[in-house]
Ligand binder design. Structure first.
Ligand code: 5AD
Ligand code: SF4
Length: 434
């Protein structure tokens, strides 16, 4: 009997970004064609996939300790297949197989379509560069819901000096517009109302048309209500994209635009290729062309050589721009990256202090901004019962803010509702339907 015939249950655990979570949906899609169903407990699985993230050391450590725990599983059931996928898989490759005898296969993010091969191979390392990635459409099993992720491009060419992604996900490759449109139409026919277009740098989409042109085509899809996209690079954010956000009715008024630092000297060392002033001007343009647009960002605290003055520049930037939300991280030296080799690495403690100051300041700003929304009527796309209070519904505004309110779960899920904001909190809004 072929081995694949008795392997039927898969457990997938995912770390990292939306791209990685979507990769897991695709692996599940491929595995379903092989007759698999997904289970929530690794003990019940015939195949365990860890889809990993290496963007910061912490994410990697978390996964490593979980992986260690699978040793017992393998000992008690030697038949279980253990696959390490994702960015750590790509970065460590062979080393994982060598050091972790209970791991059967290593599968890089460019090769997730080959997950089926891991069932019949053992001790295999599938981490080759895959130039066909954008031309090969893989099936996806998504959680049922109203919102779906859709890949538009893979990889990254920017080589920011701190970032491991160009090494794990390879060069930029754009998916042809036709396959993107076909996939979105199919999603709409299944009831999805919102898509998030995924790419490491969507502004450099080159599928024969530009990214704003792609948005225009997606905007024409009937039945689709909302379009989101991540991530944008400030250096490539042009007037044409700003105009697309301003004029295309389905494109939501939210942009995630990673600033990373408010200091030009640090931005230079990061190889970001914009100055704080360039960034600020783009924010001003966005805000005047798209009234009420929400802008969120990423900040790195304690990049090598960051002085108190550089840090103050970041603090001032946060005060000046008043982002709707931020993700902030301590600088984490990553293998292969330039920044990891730089002189002037800061002590963990100092990085931690700066990060706390950044987070605390932003918490106040977020809360203040959310409070200014009180009394406003906004449109929410209802996603389902609220996580924290099952008697409430939860949804998102077009500006990507979470809203909780009382309402009928049966008739409202997947619908666009008008609600009045009654309270602006730090991480969400409370509202009443009108
Ligand atoms: N250290 C800390 N943060 C990092 N990021 C990427 N690489 C690193 C690193 N080495 C952050 C950036 C990026 C986000 C996805 O993760 O802010 O925008
Ligand atoms: Fe995503 Fe980057 Fe983490 Fe890879 S390393 S999973 S691209 S965040």
């Amino acid at each position: 009997m072929q081995r694949t015939e008795k392997l039927k249950r898969v457990y997938i655990r995912t770390w990292g970004c939306q791209m990685n979570f979507h990769d897991s949906e695709r692996m599940l899609g491929v595995l379903q064609k092989e007759g698999f169903v997904s289970v929530d407990d690794p003990k019940e699985a015939d195949l365990v996939v860890f889809n990993t993230c290496s963007v910061r050391e912490k994410a990697e450590q978390k996964f490593m300790s979980e992986l260690g725990r699978l040793r017992h599983l393998k000992r008690s059931r030697p038949d279980v297949k253990i696959v390490v996928a994702g960015c750590v898989a790509q970065q460590k490759g062979e080393a994982i197989i060598e050091r972790m005898p209970h791991v059967d296969c290593v599968l890089g993010p460019q090769n997730i379509g080959r997950i089926g091969e891991t069932l019949v191979q053992s001790r295999a390392v599938l981490t080759e560069d895959n130039p066909d990635i954008a031309e090969t459409d893989l099936p996806a099993i998504r959680k049922e819901g109203v919102s779906a992720w859709v890949n538009i491009m893979y990889g990254c060419n920017n080589f920011c000096s701190y970032c491991i992604v160009p090494y794990t996900r390879g060069r930029e490759r754009s998916r042809p517009p036709e396959s993107i449109l076909v996939e979105i139409k199919e999603l709409v026919s299944k009831g999805y109302k919102e898509v998030t277009l995924l790419g490491q740098n969507v502004n450099s989409y080159r599928g024969g048309i530009s990214f704003p042109e792609l948005l225009r085509l997606v905007n024409q899809i009937e039945g689709l209500e909302r379009i989101r996209f991540v991530t944008s690079h400030p250096k490539d954010l042009g007037d044409d994209l700003i105009e697309a956000i301003a004029t295309l009715d389905k494109v939501c008024e939210h942009i995630h635009l990673p600033l990373q630092s408010g200091s030009d000297r640090i931005l230079g060392l990061m190889n970001r290729r914009y100055t704080y002033n360039d960034y600020l001007r783009k924010v001003e343009k966005l805000r005047s062309a798209v009234p009420g647009i929400a802008i969120t960002t990423d900040i790195i605290a304690g990049f090598p050589t960051e002085s108190e003055e550089d840090h103050r520049a970041t603090i001032n930037a946060l005060k000046e721009i008043e982002f709707d939300g931020i993700f902030a991280f301590k600088f984490s030296p990553r293998p292969m990256t330039k920044a990891a080799e730089m002189e002037g690495q800061l002590p963990e403690e100092l990085k931690g202090e700066r990060l706390s100051e950044i987070l605390q300041l932003q918490d106040e700003i977020t809360e203040k901004k959310n409070r200014t929304l009180e009394g406003r009527v906004v449109e929410v796309l209802v996603e389902g019962p609220s996580e924290t209070d099952k008697s409430k519904l939860t949804g998102r505004t077009r500006t990507n803010k979470i809203v909780n309110f009382y309402g009928d779960p049966i008739n409202n899920i997947g619908r666009l509702l008008k609600v009045r904001i009654t309270k602006g909190l730090r991480h969400s809004l409370e509202a009443i339907p009108i």
